[in-house]
Design a protein around this ligand. Structure first.
Ligand code: C2E
Ligand code: MG
Ligand code: MG
Ligand code: MG
Length: 271
């Protein structure tokens, strides 16, 4: 089955299409090899309570032999995202199942892209996986970037509706970098928004960033959404976030994305 899909991306496309850059070609070749050799995996970055430091969730981030920032656009462009996404989902649901067995009921967030969500195979896949892994869907969160969430096509809205029916939560990622209106945000019925790390970077030095972050936190409160800050690297940022009313965060200050086994070592040690 995997072989069949790997064949869907014929090598001839790479060599004959002069429009494809050498760099992209190199990335594609690596990703195809990663898939074949089962080298696509996830790291888990804990999400913490800014007051207590307690781990309140984790985000699954894809790892392969290419950095995700380069891999994701190429994977998307060349139609590999559904299959790569399936690997990521299986590994994430397996983490959820292991956590439930340890009686640690924290949510796991999985990044999903627009092209995955509008794929007709997506919801049937989710149903199959929830059944096979026997996880509580209320502990599963799908992160979709604000930019992609505001595409707001009928197909996307339908899938989001199906996701909600299954009690899976929706999180709007990289919030502040897209163009959501308040009405659109209301329509999405998200559970959480994640303040983009670009606004957190200079939070302690840039007055405009501080105003933007305050504005986002206030929007979150207005619509009863959970608000999480991403990219926290120092104490000064935490102090300001708390002052502005944001009590949840993620970042290298607390934990970097961790290999799955390291994450479980941390979880079992913390209990
Ligand atoms: P994202 O979902 O917004 O993930 C946050 C990114 O910030 C991650 O980069 C993470 O490693 C990084 N990060 C975490 N803490 C800090 C910090 O304190 N400082 C800084 N500078 N960075 C921090 P990563 O893993 O390279 O992922 C980049 C993006 O690729 C993600 O952004 C997400 O949009 C996408 N992505 C990653 N995994 C997947 C996946 O499985 N599926 C899909 N569709 N997209 C994914
Ligand atoms: Mg994310
Ligand atoms: Mg983000
Ligand atoms: Mg991002």
């Amino acid at each position: 089955q995997k072989e069949a899909f790997l064949r869907q991306v014929p090598l001839i496309v790479f060599s004959e299409d002069i429009g494809i850059s050498e760099k992209v070609l190199e990335i594609l070749t690596k990703i195809k090899e990663d898939l074949k050799e089962n080298r696509i995996t996830i790291y888990l970055q804990p999400k913490v309570d800014l007051n207590s430091g307690e781990i309140i969730g984790a985000e699954a981030l894809m790892r392969c032999s290419v950095p995700p920032g380069e891999a994701i656009p190429v994977i998307t462009e060349y139609g590999l995202l559904f299959d790569v996404g399936e690997v990521i989902l299986k590994k994430s649901l397996n983490v959820l199942r292991r956590l439930e067995r340890l009686n640690v009921n924290i949510p796991i967030s999985v990044n999903v892209s627009y092209s995955q969500l509008i794929d007709k195979r997506f919801i049937p896949l989710i149903d199959k996986l929830i059944k096979n892994y026997r996880i509580n869907p209320e502990l599963l969160v799908f992160e979709i970037t604000e930019t992609e969430a505001t595409k707001c096509t009928e197909n996307l809205m339908e899938t989001l509706e199906e996701i909600k029916k299954r009690k899976i939560k929706l999180s709007i990622d990289d919030f502040g970098t897209g163009y959501s209106s308040l009405s659109r945000l209301k329509l999405l019925k998200a559970w959480e928004i994640k303040i983009d790390k670009s606004f957190i970077l200079n939070l302690d030095r840039n007055i405009e960033d501080k105003s933007i972050v305050k504005f986002i936190i206030d929007i979150g409160k207005l619509l009863s959404l959970e608000v999480v800050a991403e990219g926290i690297e120092k104490q000064e940022q935490i102090d300001i976030l708390k002052e502005l009313g944001c009590y949840k965060g993620q970042g290298f200050f607390f934990y970097p994305p961790l290999p799955v086994e390291e994450f479980f070592n941390l979880i079992t040690k913390k209990r």
